[in-house]
Design a protein around this ligand. Sequence first.
Ligand SMILES: [Cu+2]
Length: 261
Amino acid sequence: MPEPASVQGEHILSLWQGAWIAALAVGVLVWGLIFYAVVRFRRRSADEIPVQTRYNLPLEILYTIAPVLMVIVFFAKTVDTQNFVLDEDLPVDNTIEVVGQQWSWTFNYGIGPMDEAANDDATDDQFPYSAYVHDSGTGSHIPDLYLPVDKTTRFNLHSPDVIHDLGVPAFLMKMDVIPGRVNHYSITPTEIGDYAGKCYELCGTYHSRMLFNVHVVSQEDYDAYLQLLQDAGTETEKPLLGGQFAHTQVGLDENSEGEGQ
Ligand SMILES: [Cu+2]
């Protein structure tokens, strides 16, 4: 597993490690019992048949109850981790409207003042900021996702076409981007640095090109990046969500003049 670079990732990593340790302990016990039975109860001579014991009630109760207990523990630990990672009450510093479109990403950053009520209610047409800037990827331009370090950023996930999936391995987190509904999750990155992100749902011919670069930076560098996007003339009142507002790219953009149009 990658070194987790987010608060949420640390919880997912311990769930993963705990599950493997528990599975290995069960494995060692089961392999031990198998080898013990193979050796202890083997046929010792040609004309002697080993004891053909059946119906050992205590044993049967044990191997019915034990797996049920194991499933209960796995389930409880999973729910625990999930409740932490998808905590709806976690205060959010920042919301980014993410669009997965065939076959790239658009990241809409809020620059106007934030409306707290709209921020708490992530519906299709309610956006917490009064103005947005964006970076929109194409087949020949891999988009960048900037995040301020130690701040909690929520991704509202939009798709105008098919199911995509926004994931960053270093954060140990991903989620489907589904047309017709707005999924969301929050990430609190803990390490300044550059990371790779990609689409985790086979979404069409150029699925493999749905890459993006993640930059976890200081708040000052984050603000400077948004200023850069604004200076580049990308400011809009509403986030770009594909469809009729499309920056959606069909094909690879390889025949057009210039990049990233
Ligand atoms: Cu995709």
